[in-house]
Design a protein. Sequence first.
Length: 154
Amino acid sequence: MKKSFKANVFVALPCILAAMTLWVAAADPVKNSPSLRISVSGIALSATGAVMAAVCSTPEEFTGKRKPYLLLSAVPEGSNACIQADVLPQGTYAVKLYQDSNSNGTLDCNVFGVPKEPHGFSNDVDGRPDAKLWKKASFQVEGTNVTAISVLLN
């Protein structure tokens, strides 16, 4: 009887461990969360600064009245860069980006508030970041898929 019990335990244990592994993988919020991939083009080759991205979940974040939901950066490879947010809750977002050409951590603007560094918005909309531009720049992140967007810096 003892041998039979031990044999059953050795057979059952791998099955239990396999089931637990599948349960943990299914419950893993990272694997089941949507992600965002931003392909950036139009990067100035003469500049050495990183591409900075603000992922905004509300018009207030987009217009600068509140801090962005998420700040990301990437070092350009030639005239392109790829920025990835691996875990992002489902919802509506808009992205604003700029190339920090002089690596000072700020989007440099002229006296009229017009950016002097390459910049852009999701959906390649152009203008000042206001509530109307938020509507045009916004997109949906859904399910467990990767949402891929492209942004051309101007």
